[in-house]
Design a protein around this ligand. Structure first.
Ligand code: NAD
Length: 282
């Protein structure tokens, strides 16, 4: 089955990044969100990224025009009926993703694969919302999508070999390196990363160290390119909390208990870079 039109649900930081790499690879892209101002914001971010690439002579201005010309937007999820493959990148809330997958299942032709960019929600649970569980898969891009090489591809219990192979080939088409994971909460990436971030937040909470010092220890002592608290701000503290909740709920193990300070920041609307304030101010 040839994939010509690639659907992306959600035009936030992940959705617009995925739309950018798909359009750059030559696919037609349809990007949706719930309001036009969000799809416009997503498009503006893509334009900004591509303009920067033109300034750095990585692409020409006519390539920039061509990539932008391949991206259409919509606020009607039913338009995803036109797509040959859909990846969902809406906010990390199980109820919301369930509803989106039920709607996509109703709208899209039977052969269309429905992927989720979820950071931690079990793929099998999402797949069970549809009548095509063999065509549901995790396609977990990293942030920022145009820069990061990895895509974690997650097989649900029912995911077919064909669905897996098509998804793997798409990652290659996008110039990414794929890694295969099985379906457990957090998969590989966030099973390992997020407890470390949560522990860094506990270090702030318990006064073990100041934010800058915690990040300095991990950058210079462990050779991490970013400190865990700066990374949490980049990911979004709401997303970090949602992932910890999924790990805690999935394993029923207190070692995954979200730090109360993380919850407090999210409740205050301190979501990191996207809201202008998190562990740092932007
Ligand atoms: N932030 C990261 O570093 C990161 C990395 C990998 C995966 N993810 C995952 O990607 C997904 C999106 O995260 P993000 O950081 O882009 O969040 P974000 O808040 O930047 O964007 C989410 C977007 O989804 C939109 N949305 C909400 N309901 C919708 C609906 N019903 N239909 C269409 N769009 C809807 C929102 O309006 C928003 O624009 C989450 O599942 C998250 O866990 C995030």
């Amino acid at each position: 089955m040839e994939i010509k039109t690639f659907g992306v649900v959600g035009a936030g930081q992940m959705g617009n990044g995925i739309a950018q790499v798909a359009a750059t690879s030559g696919l037609q892209v349809l990007m949706s969100d719930i309001k036009e101002e969000f799809t416009e914001r997503g498009l503006a971010q893509i334009d900004k990224n591509l303009s920067r690439s033109v300034e750095k002579s990585k692409i020409t201005s006519s390539e920039r025009e061509a990539i932008l010309g391949r991206i259409a937007t919509t606020t009607d999820l039913a338009d995803m009926a036109k797509a040959d493959y859909v990846v969902e990148a809406a906010v990390e809330r199980e109820d919301l993703k369930f509803e989106i997958f039920r709607d996509l299942d109703a709208a899209c032709p039977d052969q269309v694969i429905l992927a989720s960019n979820t950071s931690s929600i079990p793929i099998g649970r999402i797949a069970a919302q549809t009548k095509r569980p063999e065509k549901v898969i995790g396609m977990h891009f990293m942030n920022p999508v145009p820069v990061m090489k990895l895509v974690e591809v997650i097989k649900g219990l029912a995911t077919s070999r064909e669905t897996f192979d098509i998804t793997w080939a798409l990652c290659e088409k996008f110039g990414k390196t794929a890694a295969e994971a099985n379906d457990f909460p957090g998969f590989i990436a966030n099973r390992i990363l997020m407890p470390m971030i949560n522990e860094a937040v506990f270090c702030v909470y318990q006064g073990v160290g100041k934010v800058e010092d915690i990040d300095t220890v991990m950058k210079l002592g462990m050779n991490h390119p970013m400190g865990p608290l700066a990374l949490a701000d980049l990911i979004g503290l709401d997303t970090c909390l949602a992932i910890m909740e999924t790990l805690y709920d999935g394993f029923k193990d207190s070692k995954y208990r979200p730090c109360p300070l993380l919850r407090k920041y999210v409740e205050a609307g301190w979501l990191g870079r996207k809201s202008g304030r998190g562990f740092y101010s932007y």
